[in-house]
Ligand binder design. Sequence first.
Ligand SMILES: Cc1cc2nc3c(=O)[nH]c(=O)nc-3n(C[C@H](O)[C@H](O)[C@H](O)COP(=O)(O)OP(=O)(O)OC[C@H]3O[C@@H](n4cnc5c(N)ncnc54)[C@H](O)[C@@H]3O)c2cc1C
Length: 320
Amino acid sequence: MVILVVAEYDTAHVRPGSRSALGVARDLAARSGERVEWLVLGSGLDSVASDAARFAPVTVADHPLLVQATADRYARVIADVARAHEASVILANATTFAKDILPRAAALLGAAMAGDVTGYSFADGELLLRRPMYAGATTATVTLAGRPYIITVRASAFPPAEPLAKSGECVAWNVVAATLPNQIEYVGLESRPTMRPDLTEARVVVSVGRAFRSSEEFEQYVGRLADALKGAAGCTRALVDDGITPNEWQVGQTGKVVAPELYVALGISGAIQHLAGMKNSRIVVAVNSDAEAPIFSIANYGLVGDVRQITPALIEELNR
Ligand SMILES: Cc1cc2nc3c(=O)[nH]c(=O)nc-3n(C[C@H](O)[C@H](O)[C@H](O)COP(=O)(O)OP(=O)(O)OC[C@H]3O[C@@H](n4cnc5c(N)ncnc54)[C@H](O)[C@@H]3O)c2cc1C
């Protein structure tokens, strides 16, 4: 039996969020005595597989038909590997990738699934999983009935696993092209390239709300402050709805969930849907011209004033 962790990666490295899922897998395996293994899917995976092997043995599903992460094909391969390796648990970071693919794998396997897990414990040998519900207003404790368990974890709640003393081995999975479904066709990706860290992995996030009215202003204030702090730039849904920022930068209930060491909220009112995505940040700094703005109720440090004056002063001070 194995605990399988589905890896996400950039061009050559496994993402830190997947390493957080691996850390959970190692902890579960320490109790059950099972083996932990990555599953890496894609095409041209040599460098990613060798990076992954620094942390755990790797099953590599490398095939040109897996070059794009189309959910039907990836779910099929995950289900096939899980059956062949008798996986008891399948884990992944709770990202859009995992939300798209793992429920389909769960359906193929007839497995029980819990998403966005932020903590776990054991009672009478049973795994209890904690997960936020209703935009974080409540936390449910759930158990899963039937194996395998399929679990996505919020990376912000668990530290990334460290490398092993000795790399694991990489074993190729034989992808049989004729068995792969063709229900989803990859058309293209629209994404605004950025040199900044990923929102969900950054130690510092600078986010902005409706106080700013254009993408130029966004870069001028938020981008420069994020760069001065070596952080990621985020936003509220108000800016996404107005077409000022891309969807993947949105923090909140219907955006990304972040829990950085420092979250700077510039001109953000603090609607409950936004708080659902950032309220577990360690330190929150809010700047708002309205002293009554709800964001101040969760801020560790608050500055009442105009973001157009305060942000350049912060950037200047930091750069000095
Ligand atoms: C189902 C649903 C899901 C949603 N999901 C999300 C989500 O995932 N993420 C999200 O963010 N929202 C989400 N929303 C929207 C949410 O309810 C709020 O409308 C949104 O968060 C408000 O964004 P905001 O704070 O930028 O704007 P506003 O609420 O308009 O606040 C703007 C703030 O900027 C301040 N301000 C203005 N000018 C300045 C200035 N010059 N200097 C300083 N401060 C200034 C104002 O005082 C105000 O507090 C969702 C809503 C629904 C119904």
